[in-house]
Write a protein that binds this ligand. Structure first.
Ligand code: MN
Length: 290
């Protein structure tokens, strides 16, 4: 297999989002986006208690893309303007297609806050092409235990297929565009050769541990936590230097102009103004405050 070479190594520095401190590997000063992926937030691990509950997001709108949560530790309550209400647990994925507009809220349940526990997750913004930005909104919640898993030959690597396909196993999430999203758990010395479709841009992000890519680059917390690949090969190799957890993403680039403001991702400034107006007019629906 011809390996994809590495285009860029990325850090995952902390940023402040209001009162919340979280890691933001995309965008950074050197990475605008990795089309079709426009934002990646890694929040936590936070020790949640009645005195500290930083990741409790009240109702807010989105339009023009797909906000996705991969919950790593803890649990969150999701509510939205379509009437969905669900408890998302560690390993679950929620995939929201904002389309022309949705309002949602998420945060730990009261019971979780009172009992205390660790909360950690990934929030990903996946862009939608122009002809799908105004589609009917949709919400998918899939549980950890329902995802298909591909194992390495040595049995020391588990690849959970969230969306897309690998070795003829398919993700349970229905996608709007050609994307792969996998969560990988590597034991120390576990090895895997991951195939990447030639038409996809791809990246791998380290959540914890320490992993060697293509026998040379090491993904390390607080150093190189993200690798962006060139579209010049058929895949890449991973080897756990320690027990590690990683997120792999790949997708066909959309190659359209991007205009963003706050919670909206459109093609033009005019469309952003329309989004703000439509939200004010209640056209994205309603959701009771927490
Ligand atoms: Mn949101």
């Amino acid at each position: 297999m011809k390996r994809n070479t590495i285009k860029q190594l990325g850090r995952s520095d902390f940023v402040n989002m209001g009162p919340i401190q979280l890691r933001q590997p995309i965008p950074t000063q050197s990475i605008d986006n990795i089309d079709p992926f426009i934002l990646l937030h890694h929040y936590g691990p936070y020790e949640i208690s009645v005195d500290s509950n930083p990741f409790d997001l009240g109702p807010h709108p989105h339009r023009g893309f797909e906000p996705i949560t991969f919950l790593i530790q803890g649990e969150q309550l999701h509510r939205d303007s379509l009437g969905n209400e669900s408890v998302v647990k560690a390993g679950d994925v929620q995939w929201t297609t904002a389309g022309r507009g949705i309002i949602h809220a998420e945060g730990p349940r009261k019971e979780f806050v009172e009992k205390g526990g660790t909360l950690e997750g990934i929030q990903l913004w996946l862009n939608l092409p122009a002809d799908k930005k105004m589609m009917t909104p949709n919400y998918q919640h899939e549980k950890y235990e329902h995802f298909n898993v591909v194992y390495s030959n040595d049995g020391n690597v588990e690849v959970r297929i969230i969306a897309g396909a690998l070795n003829n196993k398919f993700g349970r999430i229905q996608t709007q565009t050609a994307v792969n999203a996998f969560v990988l758990d590597l034991k120390k010395n576990g090895e895997f050769l991951l195939e990447v479709p030639k038409s996809h841009q791809s990246l791998i992000y380290l959540l914890n541990g320490n992993t060697i890519i293509n026998d040379k680059e090491t993904l390390e917390l607080n150093k190189n936590q993200l690798i962006r690949f060139n579209q010049d090969g058929e895949g890449f190799s991973l080897k756990g230097k320690e027990d590690s957890k990683l997120l792999f993403l790949s997708g066909e680039p959309i190659n359209e102009s991007i205009a963003t403001y706050g919670p909206y991702v459109m093609n033009t400034q005019t469309e952003l103004l329309e989004a703000m107006r439509d939200f004010q007019m209640g056209k994205m629906g309603f959701l009771e405050p927490n």
